[in-house]
Design a protein around this ligand. Structure first.
Ligand SMILES: [Cu+2]
Length: 504
């Protein structure tokens, strides 16, 4: 199968001198038979030291669509170690419905690096919420109110915006990725409705919307018809403030951020300054796009059957003995063992039930079975959960106060994707097919919550997994380096970004 990485070159930052350890996750890729290339420290591989290279050698098998890749090591991706990944489909059912395609990579930019931000969140007694960003970015470009910049700053308030060029009466596929640390983005183009055709690599029955809410880690494709009068129109990548809780102990709570990120849809020949008007909201704030817009192109029925494994998990927050904030899954905060990932342990014949408790393991042993996970959110915040190695079917999303009623499950034509929002104090029920031997993270994609330990380790088909052989160069990453020593918090302060406003 043809494999192609499409880089959105406007999203590359340069130059970046990073912590000398890296690890890359290929968000949305199933990694059938190549669990060790999933790129999760402590679960699937040891980090790659400086001057060492690793080829991630995996097949996309039958997957096509919009994905992305990012570091999964501490919060490196928030500092810019991320990009888009598109697998083109020669049999794309919508290929004749658009003329060109574009990538839109949305992100929430922090002026401080995560080397500064994470230790603040990790400080004993920290009583704030998630760090507040400084600018929303559309494909790496955004603006900042320079009156708030420090003295001597080279900040310019009229930085160029991302411009997407179109020709009148042509149709465009926009692939939209929310690669943020945290924020829910709302994407729209003034005077142009969006025909939604893909969510997280799953083709959809097309429906028309005005505004697209995108949680962290989610991807969509929409078709835009350039059928309006020739002109310049605003593209809006708004960070939805309603979904970002703030108190005055929150890191950067007095951020000068303008939550309304802008780009421009430029028709060939247009000379006007854009002054287009934003659509009214046609979605529920802080929730995923409504399921009526997410019907798979053909109903996916394989999740309607006998559930072979059932797991019940609860999300909360707590504090450790040093009063540090921790995210808890079933009362346990995930701690990766950087120098001995779980998959290495399994292949050494360690039984999954004997893994250290703080690896938050859940075990699925039925080959080809249907696993069901009930996630209860005992916390007021919404959490966008992403599963590695799989897509899952959403049986139900329950709001705060709703009673869990199995008769309401959507078994016959469920929404299928790899990232969903779990409502604050609500619950979700998802199902997936246990057919992919591996150690797969299931975690909140708010990067600040990952760092607080909101991660589960799915141990799937360990009897098959333990017979597999991890490639020598991957194992060597653990053997050759004293990683545990090198991955201290102190190291993170070595992240330096020299010029945050220099783009390729
Ligand atoms: Cu979260």
């Amino acid at each position: 199968m043809k494999f192609k990485i499409l880089m959105n070159h406007t999203n590359l930052l340069k130059p970046i001198i990073l912590n000398p350890l890296h690890i890359f996750h290929w968000h949305g890729m199933f990694q059938h038979g190549t669990n060790w290339y999933d790129g999760v420290p402590g679960q699937t591989q040891c980090p790659i030291p400086n001057d060492v290279s690793l080829v991630y050698n995996f097949s996309t098998t039958d997957q096509h669509g919009t994905y992305w890749y990012h570091s999964h090591f501490f919060a490196q991706y928030v500092d810019g170690l991320r990009g888009s990944l598109v697998v083109h489909d020669p049999d794309d059912p919508y290929l004749n419905q658009y003329d060109f395609e574009y990538l839109v990579v949305l992100s929430d930019w922090h002026h401080n690096t995560t080397g500064v931000l994470l230790p603040l969140q990790d400080a004993p007694g920290y009583s704030g919420l998630r760090p507040i960003p400084d600018s929303p970015l559309i494909s790496g470009l955004g603006r900042y109110n320079c009156t708030a910049a420090p003295p001597g700053s080279k900040c310019k308030s009229n930085q160029p915006l991302a411009v997407y060029n179109v020709k009148k009466n042509k149709k465009y596929r926009f692939r939209i990725i929310n690669s943020s640390a945290d924020g829910v983005f709302v994407f729209s183009i003034d005077q142009h409705k969006l025909k939604v055709i893909e969510a997280d690599g799953i083709y959809l029955k097309p429906t028309i919307i005005k505004k697209l809410p995108v949680a962290v880690g989610q991807r969509y494709s929409v078709i835009v018809d350039a059928n309006q009068p020739v002109g310049n129109y605003f593209i809006r990548g708004t960070l939805d403030k309603r979904c970002t809780p703030i108190n005055n102990a929150t890191i950067n709570f007095n951020s000068a951020i303008d939550w309304n990120g802008l780009g421009i849809l430029h028709y060939e020949g247009a000379i006007n300054k854009p002054n287009s008007k934003e659509f009214d909201d046609d979605f529920t704030p802080c929730r995923d796009l409504d399921k009526k817009h997410l019907n798979p192109i053909k109903p996916i029925t394989k999740y309607d059957g006998h559930v072979t494994d059932f797991v019940n998990i609860t999300i909360t927050f707590g504090r450790d003995k040093n009063q540090r904030l921790k995210a808890l899954i079933n009362n346990s905060s995930f701690v990766p063992q950087m120098n001995d990932p779980t998959v290495n342990k399994i292949t050494r014949d360690i039984d999954a039930k004997d893994l250290p408790k703080e690896q938050n393991s859940v075990i699925f042993n039925h080959n080809g079975g249907i696993a069901e996970i009930y996630v209860k959110n005992n916390n007021g915040a919404d959490h966008p959960f992403h599963m590695h190695g799989h897509v899952f079917a959403i049986m139900y999303v329950g709001e705060k106060g709703e009673v869990h009623d199995k008769s309401k499950y959507n078994k016959r034509n469920p929404v299928v994707r790899d990232t969903l929002t779990i409502p604050g104090n609500g619950f979700v029920v998802i199902r997936f097919i246990t057919d992919n031997p591996g150690v797969w993270a299931f975690h909140c994609h708010i990067e600040w919550h990952v760092e607080l330990g909101m991660v589960l380790g799915i141990i799937e088909l360990q009897d098959t997994l333990k017979k597999e052989t991890i490639p020598e160069d991957v194992v060597a990453l653990c053997l050759e380096h004293d990683l545990q020593k090198r991955t201290t918090r102190k190291m993170l302060n070595s992240i330096v970004i020299n010029e945050i406003r220099s783009y390729d």
